[in-house]
Design a protein around this ligand. Sequence first.
Ligand code: 48F
Length: 258
Amino acid sequence: MEYQISSGIVDSYFHKFKKILNVDVAIVGGGPSGLLAAYYLAKNGQNVVLFERKLAPGGGMWGGAMMFNEIVIQHEALHIAKELGIDHKIYTEGLYVVDSLQATSALIYHASKAGATLMNCISVEDVVIQDKRVGGVVINWAPVHREKLHVDPIIVVSKAVLDATGHDCEVAKILERKNGIRLNTPTGGVVGERSMSVDEAERTTLENTKEIYPGLFVSGMAANGVSGSFRMGPIFGGMLLSGKKISEIILKSIHTLV
Ligand code: 48F
């Protein structure tokens, strides 16, 4: 019995790992925008992997506001909550409150059920460049990074990479820093996030959700960070709509590659 348990886990894990070495889309970051992009892309037949460095995907959604475990979503994004079976209560005109634990676990469950492979405890430390495009990501165990161990990584190739790393826009920063290239942002580089301005931030999240370099796409707070837009705190409509929008942009881009 002891042997069967271990061997079942190892066989199944390595089968999964082999499958994600060459994918359609590699998503970096398991916050709401990354999870939702994973859900819609997998639902549309793409082979998708999502890397999250923490033990639990979910990013900034679990904690609600200052650990009050409720979040707010706007009417415009309500159809997504309904599609995922998330309970919601109207609070005031156009604004709904949602239990953050139910919402976050629903995003994880539906992304996985739709067929996306979710890989936790793995950090993306670099990108692959092929023919002047981003063509994959470079990964390592998150504890290897934390312990600063000198261990070489594993390479994952993909047709598209999504930077959904939230406020830090880590992938875009790495691409800019290491390669001296111009990004499709107002300055040509990562501009950096601005202070709180909810309406403006929610609006610009969607505008900033786009391809910023051939093969590299941004969603969620990473989209606002690279283009120098504002933060918005515990209101999540923009994050959900951004995840959905980037899945449509990536799908179109992959179809034009074929
Ligand atoms: O920050 P995060 O939740 O991303 P998001 O989808 O949503 C932002 C909101 O939660 C909130 C907000 C909007 O209302 O202001 O903050 O933009 O999740 C990003 C995830 O990416 C992981 C990180 O641990 C987090 O769970 N992550 C960041 N860098 C890496 C990474 C990396 N290099 N490799 C793997 N995971």
